[in-house]
Design a protein. Structure first.
Length: 352
């Protein structure tokens, strides 16, 4: 991009791209702080009071993310109350599950762990936002810190940066997780990525370079053959969950794609697999709960009890750090969708 030439055409860059803080003011979302980010045709929200997770995502006005029936909401009494957490899971482009538990609520070692953990509803501190030129690049950025801690217990810190560059269609999320306690601490983390209508529709394709697909439970058995294609909504259908063994590319990354050929629109998700070796797919075709979840993780879909029984809960040593990087790239037009399909085929071939 030529900075000088572009600035000839606008009075303010906010005509094209901005980061604007705002506060929701109605219903269960009242008082929740967030940032609205516009990057040309790309628009999304970063939820300051919900772990700096990314909420709504749209491109050229077309929605890509999922919003559950409970709708927008800030922190409330459902969040850490066992299965009642289902009343507070609103979806968004992704929410962060962890840091002591993912998936089902449980009691382990006499301690209760809510569904998908506590970090997803932890508000950020030390928040900063900016929109600035870095050389010839105009960068939109939000960052902050979330702490999951307990008196005489854990002290885990997640530092997150969410950024995008004007003229591109990519959102980059960079997480640094540090154990600031003086003992080894469990670290369970899952990025619950949620795709919704109209990007998600009957015939929408899912590309995953997977070696093997395993159903999680009886309800999912026999449904493996259609893991990679979305069906039309049907009333009262159960959810299906599939466990993938993804091919990790030579670059250390896994790339997933969701393609809607009718709209000539897609979303590519690329993440560093070093600390996220597992991948789950959540497919719900139930009317009103129509959603596809893609879930990179460092732990099993069976949750904390599974690892406790096996004695292999992932842990961080005192002051040890791990970094996860995820990129969300909008695909537009038949050529970009075809290129994504070809890349998936190449990655599959690498794993043979």
């Amino acid at each position: 991009m030529d900075k000088r030439e572009l600035l000839k055409k606008v009075g303010s860059m906010q005509q094209l791209a901005y980061v604007r803080p705002f506060t929701y003011d109605e219903g269960r979302s009242e008082g929740m702080k967030a940032f609205n980010i516009k990057n040309g045709a790309l628009s999304f929200q970063v939820l300051a009071d919900k772990c700096l997770d990314v909420g709504e995502l749209s491109y050229e006005g077309i929605n890509m993310s999922f919003l559950s029936k409970p709708g927008l909401q800030g922190r409330n009494h459902y969040d850490t109350n066992g299965e009642e957490a289902l009343r507070s899971i609103m979806g968004g482009l992704f929410f962060t599950a962890g840091l002591e538990n993912i998936c089902a609520p449980c009691t382990d070692g006499g301690k209760d762990h809510p569904m998908h953990g506590r970090i997803r509803t932890t508000p950020a501190e030390h928040i900063s936002s900016d929109a600035l030129w870095e050389g010839e690049d105009y960068i939109l950025r939000v960052s902050g810190e979330m702490r999951e801690a307990e008196l005489f217990g854990e002290n885990m810190v997640l530092r997150r940066t969410v950024e995008t560059k004007y003229g591109e269609k990519t959102i980059t999320v960079r997480d640094e997780i540090e154990n600031q306690a003086y003992r080894p601490e469990p670290l369970m983390i899952l990025y619950h990525i949620n795709i919704g209508y109209p990007l998600l529709d009957e015939g929408t394709e899912i590309l995953i370079p997977t070696r093997k697909v395993t159903p999680r439970d009886e309800a999912s058995k026999g449904k493996e053959a259609r893991w990679n294609r979305m069906d039309a909504p049907k009333d009262n259908k159960p959810e299906y969950v599939f466990i993938h063994e993804p091919v990790i590319g030579k670059d250390g990354n896994v790339s997933l794609c969701v393609l809607n050929r009718r709209l000539e629109l897609g979303l590519k998700i690329t993440y560093s697999a070093k600390y996220l070796p597992r991948l789950m797919e959540w497919k719900s075709t139930a009317s009103g709960d129509y959603v596809l979840g893609l879930e990179p993780s460092n732990s099993s879909v069976y949750g904390r009890p599974y690892h406790s029984e096996r004695g292999d809960i992932h842990r961080l040593a005192p002051f040890e750090k791990e970094t996860n990087i995820l990129k969300f790239t909008v695909l537009k037009g038949a050529e970009e969708l075809k290129a994504a399909e070809e890349e998936n085929s190449r990655r599959l071939a690498e794993g043979e």
